[in-house]
Design a protein around this ligand. Structure first.
Ligand code: ZN
Ligand code: FE
Ligand code: FE
Ligand code: ZN
Length: 268
């Protein structure tokens, strides 16, 4: 299996050096890993209330560290990825910044909705005071925009808006169908992100029914633990792989220099 969503201490809210994540991946018998630490929001001219990304000056060191680790690892492939916040109005600047780094893949994630860091545990109070229907609509609109920007290979935790367990009464299936359609049309992948199991919602991203819609639409998938500590590498991956197979997936998408290829899903 592959784990394409690993953070490091550089983003200021994770712990552990890249080497420690690699060591954990070896012990768990993974085939391939990819780091996807948080791209510096400072480079996009955005300052969140709580710092959740690398400092602008850290990006070069991050790239050099991961590239060095990749060159030294002969048994297990190490890829250089990054997780970027999708922020409307920053795509021009972002395109130039991404082109300047030798990334194997770029994960685009929606964590901010009009300035609100809705996936951060410090700012969940707002869920109780606003109408959840429009919140979900806005979230999915941002995901569609992120896909259409053409900047991202993978959308991170595609239904992370459910993280704290707040859901509107509306049927979510129309959002899932439209999202799968936009993903397919723009050639964007999803990830089976297992971190949601440890969040209040206690579910993977995306949940089983949404995953199945993506598979039927022909959307490719990677796997990611969203590890913020070395011990979290590959968390719940047996369960995640079983869920992928149940949804009909037989292959995983892997990336080199932003070109996608496929890897057979073990046990498929
Ligand atoms: Zn994080
Ligand atoms: Fe994220
Ligand atoms: Fe992440
Ligand atoms: Zn993440």
């Amino acid at each position: 299996m592959i784990d394409y969503h690993l953070h490091t201490a550089r983003c200021r809210h994770a712990c552990g050096a890249p080497e420690e994540y690699l060591e954990e991946a070896r012990q768990k018998g993974l085939l391939e890993i990819g780091f996807a630490d948080h791209f510096p929001l400072g480079l996009l001219g955005f300052k969140p209330r709580v710092e959740v990304t690398m400092e602008p000056g850290e990006l070069d060191r991050y790239v050099a560290d991961v590239a060095g680790l990749a060159a030294a690892s002969s048994d297990l492939a190490v890829k250089l990825g990054v997780e970027v916040d999708y922020l409307p109005g920053t795509t021009g600047k972002l395109a130039a910044l991404l082109a300047a780094c030798p990334f194997d893949y770029v994960i685009g994630s929606v964590h901010f909705m009009d300035g609100w860091d809705f996936s951060h545990p410090s700012f969940t109070g707002r869920y109780q005071t606003i109408d959840l229907g429009p919140v979900y609509r806005r979230y999915f609109e941002l995901v569609w925009e992120a896909c259409s920007s053409g900047l991202f290979d993978i959308i991170g935790h595609v239904d992370v808006i459910k993280k704290f367990g707040f859901r509107p009464a509306d049927d979510l299936e129309p959002y899932w169908r439209e999202t799968a359609r936009v993903l397919r049309e723009t050639g964007t992948c999803i990830e089976l992100n297992t971190a949601g199991r440890d969040a209040p919602v206690s579910e993977f991203y995306p949940e089983a029914a949404f995953l199945e819609i993506c598979r039927r639409e022909g959307v490719a998938v990677t796997m990611g633990s969203d590890a913020h500590a070395p011990g979290q590498v590959g968390r719940y991956f047996d369960e995640g792989a079983a869920l992928l197979r149940k949804a009909g997936y037989r292959e995983l998408a892997v990336f080199t220099a932003r070109k996608q290829s496929r890897l057979v899903l073990e046990g498929a």
